[in-house]
Ligand binder design. Structure first.
Ligand code: NA7
Length: 289
């Protein structure tokens, strides 16, 4: 069993960390908002008072924070990861960040003598709770293989996709497609409803069509019927991913016009107060109903 430090106990991080703990690993936790450590500490995790304290007690340090800016903070702050990492320790970042950020963090971490692996995940809250995430790894293939038993505490499969940055690319392109799909679904479905089709009929027929897919199965009913928008994947993170996808496309010389329009739609829904609600609330960019 490994000594694992887990930083970032948000919607995804908390259940992922819980699964690591339940597999019997020796887990230390740290979260910027300390109160979020409580439930895991009650389940047997040890609380750390700071990031360096967590690193000193860990062989493997996992970060699962909101995005590139948060990751930079955790790594480079005065009392961040860099001032405590040393040879023999591994930093595994599971957050969704840009490939560029991931590569920069990898260089900084390796500069301390520690190892680095990027490992963003596919799947949202339910998969995190059930331990059925798909974990994409980028970096050294042997390191990925070595960490697989630990990663499988949180997921059903680990897929090594290439060098550092490639897992971030893979994760972003999935979220780019999911994010744009929900925007066009919003426009198309609202048009159909305005024309007189029922929401139930639209969802039923889409289910038999060539555009039936997991994303619409998961989100369609919430978007058109229930409108609960319970945050499994917060809309503010979808906006962040669309922003990163546009920037990444630009850096590759690929125009991302559709993605940019979708990013703006997430921005409008966020402006209307839906940033902390589920990605499904993007439909509210188009309607107040
Ligand atoms: P959440 O629920 O928004 O949680 C984000 C976590 O990141 C939470 O623990 C935050 O701490 C932490 N955070 C955010 N900013 C910082 C800074 N600046 N310093 C330290 N810690 C920070 O996100 P999810 O769990 O849904 O998602 C995590 C990742 O998976 C994200 O990349 C998604 O796109 C996919 P807090 O509790 O606010 O103090």
């Amino acid at each position: 069993m490994a000594k694992v430090g887990f930083i970032g106990l948000g919607i995804m991080g908390e259940p992922m960390c819980r699964n690591v703990l339940l597999k019997g690993h020796n887990v230390t936790v740290y979260n910027r908002t300390r109160a979020k450590m409580g439930p895991l500490v009650s389940t047997g995790a040890k609380p750390a008072g700071s990031v360096p304290e967590l690193v000193q007690r860990s062989e493997i340090v996992i970060t699962m924070v909101s995005g590139p800016e948060a990751l930079r903070d955790v790594v480079t702050a005065k009392t961040g990861l860099l001032c405590a990492l040393s040879p023999g320790t591994v930093h595994v970042d599971m957050s969704t960040v840009s490939p560029e950020t991931s590569r920069e963090i990898a260089v900084m971490v390796r500069g301390t003598g520690a190892d680095f692996l990027e490992a963003p995940v596919l799947g949202s809250l339910q998969a995190a709770e059930e331990g059925t995430l798909t974990i994409l790894t980028g970096g050294d293939a042997d390191l990925s293989r070595r960490l697989e038993p630990l990663l499988l505490a949180m997921g059903s499969r680990v897929i090594h996709v290439g060098d550092t940055g490639m897992a971030a690319h893979m994760k972003l392109l999935i979220n780019q497609m999911m994010g744009t799909l929900l925007c066009v679904f919003s426009e198309a479905a609202l048009t159909g409803i305005e024309a007189g089709l029922s929401a139930e009929k639209i969802l039923e027929v889409i289910g038999y069509s060539g555009v039936a897919c997991g994303a619409l199965k998961m989100k369609g009913a919430d978007m058109l019927l229930e409108r609960a928008f319970t945050p499994n994947f917060p809309l503010k993170h979808a906006f962040k991913d669309m922003r990163l996808a546009v920037e990444t496309g630009k850096a590759m010389g690929i125009p991302s016009e559709v993605t940019a329009a979708a990013r703006d739609m997430y921005g409008r829904a966020w402006d209307k107060g839906f940033g902390d609600r589920d990605i499904a609330a993007v439909i509210r960019a188009l309607t107040d109903k």
